[in-house]
Design a protein around this ligand. Structure first.
Ligand SMILES: *Cc1c(COP(=O)(O)O)cnc(C)c1O
Length: 463
């Protein structure tokens, strides 16, 4: 399988090259040359596979430059860190099926992708005898999943900037209590935007970037999307084994990565297996407006109870745009230029086509809290606020088919919202319970690019 850019400006590359490239050199996003699909006989042969084996089968449809046995070991290692034998188990809660994606080391669904990406990086760096310094800024959540993805890995150092005193205490401790030698937490005296601006400046310094082999771990890496395709297939097969032939998925959406994985899974499985993809947003609703009105336009970010979905521009949207535009990279490039210039794109003429792929609902703050309270009262099951957004959309838009709701975080990670809904904070599960008593390490620096650059120079891996 070769990979191309949504903007058509690169020669096709292999999967391993795509992992290392991250963002395509022409500014586009990488996609497989064609989306693979399987027939009923193949599906039948996957019927009883445990998660790890199914993952290898799915990944192999997209990867032809990693040896089969090596891939098996990579997958095995990536999901050994999960606390549930089924990796992503399903719970029946009332009429809905909750796909629990939060059994990884940081209790959020990003672990599913970042555990694999960390192992892929290590594998490829070992093969090429090279090294990498990963730099990223986080407002709280992605940072810890990235750190757990690469902690202790050879050939990789990771530097994560977070805003000092502006994340939740748990979020900060989840990062700073990782004491591996290759992990460097930098608390910036400033905001998340200050941290992000510093990271951008460092990546913009090409000499520095090349000398230190700077790498990113953000959600545009194709390997992250690919890892997420697996649990859609896994969930579908489980329901299908129980007599359900066609199902809907409801996905709490921010950067469009998770639901795009659902789009790929829908094309991968035989026609009709995945019926509808429900795109659920919080009050930052650019994607709901896109689906319902054809209006893709920026507005200002509003902080909500589901902070990991507080986005202004969905970084993976361009992948879907490529298919919406009939795989025409010229058109995608023009669209992205228009969006950069005007901050909006009008898709009202393509609404019927979009409606074949997605339905969408915006869920308000009150509805989010209400849904956590309702589901807890009715079924004794506790949702985190992100998952609650998806569950609410499923309740409003669900049809006659079973709906699988993706549960993207453990409720204990968002204790404030849960407390607002049910009056008490959820109990911290084992990986978080003793965080306060653990040793931590963190460098506190001014929001000054030179100071960060010097710190990285002192601690970076080099050739
Ligand atoms: C990142 C995240 C999301 C949004 O996923 P996207 O792939 O960005 O759409 C939803 N919920 C949680 C808890 C997250 O961390």
């Amino acid at each position: 399988m070769r990979y191309i850019s949504t903007r058509g400006g690169i020669e096709p590359i292999s999967f391993k090259q795509a992992v290392m490239m991250g963002l395509a050199r022409d500014g586009g996003l990488l996609l497989p040359e064609r989306l693979p699909s399987i027939d009923r006989t193949k599906l039948e042969s996957w019927r009883n596979l445990p998660y790890q084996y199914l993952a290898r089968e799915v990944l192999e449809l997209f990867i032809d430059d990693i040896d089969r046995l090596d891939l098996e070991v990579l997958v095995e290692n990536s999901y050994a860190s999960f606390r549930h034998p089924q990796v992503t188990p399903i719970r029946k809660v009332g009429d809905l099926f909750i796909l629990e994606l939060f059994h990884g080391p940081t209790l959020a669904f990003k672990d599913v992708a970042l555990q694999l990406l960390g192992n892929l990086f290590e594998y490829q760096l070992k093969e090429s005898g090279s090294f990498m310094n990963i730099i990223g800024a986080t407002s709280g959540d992605t940072g810890s999943a990235a750190i757990y993805g690469v902690r202790g890995k050879k050939g990789i150092n990771i530097f994560i900037l977070h805003p000092h005193g502006r994340t939740s205490r748990i979020q900060a401790l989840q990062m700073t209590t990782v004491l591996d030698e290759n992990v460097f937490n930098i608390a910036i005296r400033g905001t998340f935007d200050d941290g992000q601006a510093i990271v951008k400046e460092l990546f913009g310094d090409l000499e520095f970037k090349d000398q230190y082999h700077l790498g990113a771990i953000n959600s545009i890496n194709w390997a992250r999307v690919l890892a997420q395709v697996v649990y859609y297939v896994y969930a579908y097969i489980k329901l299908w084994r129980n007599g359900m032939d066609s199902v809907d998925f409801s996905v709490p959406t921010g950067n469009f990565g998770d639901i795009f994985a659902g789009y790929v899974a829908k094309h991968l499985l035989p026609e009709g297996c995945i019926n509808r993809l429900i795109l659920a947003t919080n009050e930052n609703d650019i994607l709901s407006r896109f689906v319902n009105q054809g209006d893709y336009s920026k507005s200002t970010v509003r902080p909500t109870f589901s902070p990991s979905m507080d986005i202004q521009i969905a970084s993976n949207f361009e992948r879907y745009l490529y298919y919406l535009r009939g795989e025409d990279p010229e058109q995608v490039r023009r669209d992205m230029e228009t969006f950069a210039r005007d901050g909006r794109l009008d898709f009202s003429g393509l609404r019927d086509q979009v409606a074949r792929d997605f339905v969408s609902r915006r869920v308000s703050e009150e509805e989010t809290i209400e849904t956590i309270a309702d589901v807890h009262r009715e079924h004794g099951y506790l949702l985190d606020p992100h998952t609650a957004v998806g569950v609410r959309a499923a309740r409003e838009l669900g049809g006659e088919r079973p709906v699988v709701c993706l549960a993207t975080a453990h409720p204990a990670k968002f204790g404030d919202a849960v407390k607002k809904a049910i009056g008490t904070e959820p109990e911290l599960p084992p990986p978080l319970a003793d965080l306060e008593s653990r040793e931590s390490r963190c460098e506190i620096l001014d929001a000054d690019t030179e100071k960060v650059r010097n710190f990285i120079r002192e601690h970076a891996l080099r050739g």
